[in-house]
Design a protein around this ligand. Structure first.
Ligand code: KDG
Ligand code: MG
Length: 402
């Protein structure tokens, strides 16, 4: 079997998604997600100009060899654009291999290690009453674990809070939305929010919170300590993790569980964090980490240190990337939780998928491959729209981590 076509399609059924479709001489197709929020066209060019010519005529069964040749053969290592492009190829090849076998992908990854995959959903509000309503709404949808984000008094727009032009949804306009940030105000406010949520919903509901890379290690350590009594399932991205050693300070001071990794794209990014057991959950996405092959290796490595999986699953991962994650989640032993925001009805029409969401849990379904069909005609009716993620500034105008 040979690859005879490799098409890269950008569609925007509400937001942009980049999809790679590989076709074989036997007429089989495999899909991969290459969406890099706010930088989509860079991955499109990387795939079309540099990767597709290398794939045509090759044997799609040679997944590891293809991965290694795209990674090592480029000489230039890592980076989100490269790794999103390689991820799309890797997932499309796994999709093809599983279709040839006539099996859902999780069967090729070792088979099911559980019946279904626990998820968490996103609750948010500009203030506490709005947040409490949002938690109620997520619970009514079936979620059994909830991430809570609120506005901060004195700030106009804060990460994770829908204010019309919402969270990780890029705004379709020429320049990024500018948000504001004040770390001391946030550190004072968050414990009062968690107090209100625990008071309303009791001690059992698993609660998560995302600090979105905004704190220094010592600020993160203080926050972790201050919120210990609210028993978070995790505190996410409490400090920028390129400085892996920074987590030593956080870990030394708090028993609040820590989750990190959505902006990482290689196993080595986690080396200190995992070998020193500085985190509890590894949060990379199939789509940004080079695909299923390296993410499986990461989780096997993490398992030796009792670190669990928590695959990144916001709206900006397409249903193709989501499906790939659910197959992996079902198969690995050290599964922790899966982030799941769901997609709009239109997105789910463009990407018809076999995975299902019931009682806060996902199942990949038993269709051969990853179980996603791409409606290219509908995709073409919703072309690319230029979009940026927001940027963050302090009161004096200094750019801060978003
Ligand atoms: O594109 C950026 C988003 O994927 C990110 O901001 C979402 O932090 C995020 C999360 O935890 O889902
Ligand atoms: Mg996050």
């Amino acid at each position: 079997m040979r690859i005879v076509a490799a098409d890269v399609v950008v569609t925007s059924p509400g937001r942009n998604f980049v999809t790679l479709k590989l076709t074989t001489d036997e007429g089989l197709t495999g899909l991969g997600d290459a969406t890099l929020n706010g930088r989509e066209q860079a991955v499109v060019a990387y795939l079309r100009e540099h990767v597709v010519p290398l794939l045509l005529g090759t044997d799609p069964h040679r997944i590891e060899d293809t991965w290694q040749s795209l990674y090592r053969g480029a000489y230039w290592r890592r980076g989100p654009v490269t790794m999103a492009a390689i991820a799309a190829v890797d997932v499309a090849l796994w999709d093809l291999k599983a279709k040839v076998a006539g099996l859902p992908l999780y069967q090729l990854l070792g088979g099911a290690s559980r019946e279904r995959v626990r998820t968490y959903g996103h609750a948010n509000g500009r203030d506490v009453p709005e947040l409490l309503d949002s938690v109620r709404a997520r619970r009514a949808e079936g979620y059994q674990a909830v991430r809570v984000q609120t506005g901060v008094p004195g700030l106009q727009t804060v990460y994770g809070v829908h204010t019309g032009e919402a969270i990780a949804r890029p705004t379709h306009r020429a320049l990024p939305l500018v948000e504001d940030w004040d770390t001391p105000a946030y550190l004072r406010h968050l414990p009062t929010v968690l107090e209100a949520v625990r008071h309303e919903f009791g001690p059992e509901l698993p609660l998560l919170h995302d600090a979105h890379h905004r704190l220094t290690p010592v600020q993160a350590a203080k926050l972790g300590k201050d919120v210990e009594r609210y028993d978070l399932f995790w505190l996410e991205d409490c400090t920028p993790a390129e400085n892996q050693e920074g987590f030593r300070t956080v870990r030394r001071h708090t028993t609040t569980p820590l989750a990190v990794g959505e902006v990482f794209n290689a196993v080595v990014d986690y080396q200190t964090l995992i070998t020193e057991q500085l985190i509890d959950y590894a949060r990379s996405a199939v789509t940004h980490f080079g695909g299923i092959s390296p993410l499986k290796k990461l989780f096997d490595f993490a398992a030796m240190y009792q670190v669990k999986s928590a695959v990144h699953g916001p709206e900006d991962i397409s249903p193709v990337g989501t499906a790939a994650a659910i197959h992996l989640d079902l198969a690995i032993h050290n599964f922790g939780i899966q982030e799941y925001s769901g997609h709009t009805d239109l997105t789910n029409e463009v990407f018809r998928h076999a995975y299902t969401f019931t009682d806060g849990h996902l199942h990949p379904g038993d269709a051969p491959g990853i179980g996603v069909e791409f409606d290219e005609e509908l995709a073409a009716a919703h072309p690319y729209e230029a979009a940026y993620l927001p940027v963050n500034r302090l009161a004096d105008g200094t750019v801060h981590d978003w």
